[in-house]
Design a protein around this ligand. Structure first.
Ligand code: BGC
Length: 740
């Protein structure tokens, strides 16, 4: 629709109709009318009129259903403004890819962009217009369950994926295969104190700008159409009422003119936070902060009208929000075709296709991280006698917390994946033990509960399973232990303080390693777990996250060497819980361990634990022997308008072809404020044929050296810099230069 017509449309709306556009209700409001009035409507305290006027809907999907809802809605609508369907299509619709922490572990944003194009194509066929993704909160505390939805502890890496994901989803808003992207949760949510979900966040503006904002800015620069506010505070003010964050930074500094939506009920929570005395104050604070859509509360629906009528807020604020929403609907082409690409036939054809599955399989094999491979026990040979055991051996619940449209039934289990490769007389499976012996943490998970495994075994079953596992383990050459946390132990509300494997699984592992066989541990989890004991007990460890629909196939490709592991750590694996948060790019201290002039206990360290994590950022093995040589900088003095060309030779001294993630870090040796010990500035995932070598090139520009100085200017300061290049943040070659 032409912009002038859209303006006319806005002008023709009554105040109530305008407010309707600012309200988002969930699917239950679009089912049988009788049930609505007595159920959700009464609970939410919202009038039938407002339900009919509400402009968007949360988590209704499927071509048939969305078409029905849209048709019914439009039939009652005076102006025929289509309803917007928004949903949590986070890392898969029907073809579910690995959870985002696994996607980040690929260090391959191009591949992930392809995956997001596929996700958009599937979900848009199912009637979804807007996805609440990607989540680009910086994740540095694995106690926080939502790290499963994040990319990494590093700002640059997260920003790179942020751009790739938004671009993949949006696909220039092509009406046939795109989703508008709502980046979330703006901002700072990953820094909740103690890793406890929904808890306080308190950080300096410098820290906010340096580390937490850039991944969002990358999304906005990639033209993300929407932003979701986080539940947490910044500097004492919850984001949903925080005009500094939403207006000063997002709208004014970055020029974001898209739609801002609150997270679920977050406007009402301004009252629980204690920054609004009542619904009216909550509504006023949110709309004044330019928050456009109220997700799932009655605050805007009941408060905005009286606020305007009493002259407490200007109707202009409402008009501005409605304009942004109408523009989004227009950008999506909804006025021309309210159904976009949804079609039951297309849905049938586009979902879970062979191509989609094969891309998912490739992503699985790139997202897994080989953490240990003593004596090169991996890859396995097809004629070895293999016992697969453990609760994840034949488990279909591999799609994780937020794959709400995915089906466990479509998942290829690890057992199924391995069976396609090995002959039956070389392969045995025994479940051995359960995920947990106590499922109290499941509590009330509503709809997601059906997706969770919650087997228990009686004492007799436990004993006989263990016996059977041991008996067959004795006959095997290699034992694969498929262990991990429950899928619902991570995700929203999934904060934990004990990050070890569940006790029954640890006990089971202890028994199995006593057999003295080659042992491969495969870890399924939504966060880096503490694996400090297991590292000593097993030969190989493969971290596979929750790998999604093609999990079993992708892992089998790695186990048998059809694919060479190339995933790398994006969140340090802690040595123990007490170290958390532990991340590679920490600030320098006055008494650094190892280089301080102080000695003994009077340096920055623990008395009972190393400072370093178990596995550092960037770390991951392959089956190849890769060597880094000849780090070269083309100059050692750089003027502001110059670049430095960096090169390094990477050699693959093995027969197997490999993918290697070459990483470049910089350290600003002295600045006007304390700088981190190292910062990732560039990386390249390169392919190396067997017994080959490659020269890998990087450029360092002035932008790479900028930071928020003492005066809060984003600038580079003259002085000396170290440059590190290597396979991870720890094992690096080093050189340096001076910015003059
Ligand atoms: C979550 C969001 C999600 C929203 C809608 C909230 O509880 O924090 O990440 O997008 O629900 O389902």
């Amino acid at each position: 629709m032409e912009e002038s017509k859209l303006r006319n449309l806005l002008e023709s709306l009554t105040l109530k109709e305008k407010i309707g556009q600012l309200i988002q209700l969930s699917g239950e409001f679009y089912s049988d009318e009788e049930e609505i009035v007595t159920g959700p409507q009464e609970k939410l305290g919202i009038s039938s009129e407002m339900i009919e006027l509400s402009g968007s809907v949360l988590n209704v999907a499927g071509a048939k259903k969305t078409k029905e809802v849209q048709k019914n809605y439009l039939s009652k609508s005076r102006h025929k403004i289509p309803l917007l369907f928004m949903g949590d299509v986070v890392y898969g619709y029907k073809t579910v890819f690995p959870v985002p922490i696994g996607l980040g572990s690929t260090w391959n944003p191009d591949l992930v962009k392809n995956a997001y194009e596929v996700i958009a194509e599937e979900a848009s066929a199912g009637g979804v217009d807007v996805t609440f993704a990607p989540m680009v909160d910086l994740v540095r505390d694995p106690r926080w369950g939502r790290v499963v939805e994040g990319i990494s502890e590093d700002t640059y890496l997260t920003s790179t994926f942020s751009e790739a994901m938004v671009t993949g989803f949006q696909n220039d808003l092509n009406p046939m295969n795109s989703l508008a992207s709502c980046v979330k949760h703006f901002v700072g949510y990953g820094a909740v104190e103690g890793g406890r979900d929904y808890n306080t966040v308190d950080m300096s503006e410098r820290h906010l700008r340096q580390y937490h904002l850039p991944p969002y800015q990358a999304a906005v620069n990639a033209d993300a159409k929407m932003v979701m506010t986080a539940f947490n505070t910044y500097d004492g003010v919850p984001i949903s009422g925080n005009d500094f964050i939403l207006k000063d930074i997002l709208r004014d500094e970055w020029g974001f003119d898209g739609v801002i939506i609150s997270d679920y009920a977050a406007i009402k929570e301004l009252i629980d936070h204690g920054v609004a005395a009542d619904n009216k104050e909550a509504a006023k604070k949110a709309i004044e902060a330019s928050l456009d859509i109220d997700m799932k509360t009655n605050i805007y629906a009941t408060q905005l009208e009286p606020l305007v009528e009493n002259g407490e807020i200007s109707e202009r604020l409402i008009d501005e929000s409605v304009w942004r929403i109408l523009k989004l609907k227009n950008d999506l082409g909804l006025f021309e075709n309210p159904y976009r690409s949804l079609s039951e036939e297309a849905e049938e054809e586009k979902l879970l296709t062979e191509d989609n599955r094969s891309l998912a399989r490739e992503v699985v094999s790139e997202s897994a991280i080989l953490l240990q491979n003593n004596k090169n026990v991996l890859p396995l040979k097809e004629d070895e006698n293999i016992l697969l055991t453990g609760p994840y051996g034949d488990e279909k619940a591999l799609i994780g917390f937020w794959a709400i449209y995915g089906e466990n039934a479509d998942v290829v289990t690890l057992k199924e994946g391995i069976e396609k490769v090995v002959e039956p007389d070389h392969f045995q499976f025994v479940k051995g033990t359960t995920i947990s012996e106590d499922y109290a943490f499941l509590q009330d998970f509503g709809a997601s509960k059906g997706k969770a495994q919650s087997f228990v075994m009686s004492d007799e079953e436990k004993e006989s399973e263990l016996k059977e596992a041991i008996r067959r383990g004795k006959e095997a050459d290699t034992i694969i232990l498929a262990l991990g946390e429950h899928t619902l132990q991570s995700g929203e509300g999934g904060s934990r303080t004990n990050l070890e494997l569940p006790k029954n699984q640890k006990d089971f592992l202890n028994e199995m390693v006593k057999l003295g066989k080659k042992t491969v541990l495969i870890i399924f989890s939504g966060r880096p777990l503490i694996l400090t004991d297991e590292v000593e007990q097993v030969d190989a460890i493969l971290q596979v996250w929750f790998p999604g629909t093609e999990g079993g196939n992708g892992i089998a490709d790695l186990l048998f060497g059809k694919a060479n592991p190339s995933g790398r750590v994006t969140m340090s694996f802690p040595y123990n819980v007490g170290q958390i948060p532990v991340y590679y790019n920490h600030y320098k201290t006055g008494r650094p361990l190892g280089t301080s002039t102080h000695t003994g206990r009077f340096v920055s360290k623990y008395l009972d634990s190393p400072n370093d994590p178990l596995y550092p950022f960037g770390y991951g093995l392959s089956y190849s022997d890769i060597v880094y040589e000849d780090l070269t900088l083309d100059k050692n003095k750089m003027q502001e308008d110059e670049e430095i060309n960096v090169s390094v030779t990477v050699k693959n001294n093995s027969e197997l072809k490999a993918k290697e993630v070459v990483q470049l870090y910089i350290q600003d040796i002295a600045g006007s404020v304390v700088r981190p010990v190292k910062e990732l500035k560039a990386f390249k995932k390169v392919e190396l044929a067997g017994n080959s070598s490659k020269k890998v090139h990087f450029k360092i520009t002035l932008d790479d050296l900028k930071f928020y100085t003492k005066e809060m200017a984003y600038e580079a300061e003259a002085g000396n810099f170290n440059v590190f290049v290597g396979p991870n943040s720890k094992d690096v070659l080093q050189d340096g230069f001076e910015l003059i």
